[in-house]
Design a protein around this ligand. Structure first.
Ligand SMILES: [Fe+2]
Ligand SMILES: [Fe+2]
Length: 177
């Protein structure tokens, strides 16, 4: 199993909506890696351990920044601009809240697996089913964002507001303008 780096960004901070979409490709890619690791045997090879470690790190460190990009930078501006998609935005925020304990469970089980190098079948089945549940949740979540909410934001927000979203995303990653 190749060590995942995830798809690279196609967009810069001056194209925040495109950059948010790039993040979705990484979410999908790392969930796929987690699922394939969890579908294998209980003894972790070095390669599978590395793939698991990288994927857990992605969801621990990078994915929460994507959620913050939406909840703290994009959605509040859509609210202030009087978006027609606010019920959809609320549903997306509920998905984020619903996903959080599932991510915590994956982190807990995956971390224990890395620490021990093996895992009992019940825990492995639980890890796999949680990853599959996350894949199901994100499939519809990402579809709603990319087909409804992001296009609405692109129509509704001014160039200046979009630039502010991009610079907040950059600052969230500790990068200088
Ligand atoms: Fe989201
Ligand atoms: Fe998203």
């Amino acid at each position: 199993m190749p060590v995942p780096l995830g798809p690279a960004n196609d967009h810069g901070f001056d194209e925040p909506i495109g950059l948010l979409t790039d993040c979705h490709r990484r979410v999908e890619s790392f969930l796929g890696v987690l699922r394939r690791v969890a579908e294998g045997g209980p003894a972790l090879s070095d390669e599978r351990a590395r793939a698991l470690r990288e994927s857990l790190r992605y969801f621990r460190e990078a994915a929460p920044r994507h959620t913050a990009d939406e909840e703290e930078s994009l959605f509040p501006r859509m609210r202030r601009a009087g978006s027609n998609a606010l019920s959809e935005v609320e549903r997306l925020e509920a998905d984020h809240a619903h996903a959080a304990p599932m991510h915590a469970e994956v982190e807990r089980l995956g971390g224990a697996w890395l620490a021990k190098g093996t895992m009992d079948p019940a825990d492995q089945a639980r890890l796999l089913s949680t990853v599959i549940d996350l894949e199901t949740l994100y499939r519809e979540h990402i579809r709603a964002e990319e087909s409804m909410v992001f296009p609405e934001a692109a129509r509704l927000l001014s160039a200046r507001e979009l630039a502010e979203v991009g610079s907040e995303m950059r600052a969230r990653r500790g990068l200088k303008p």
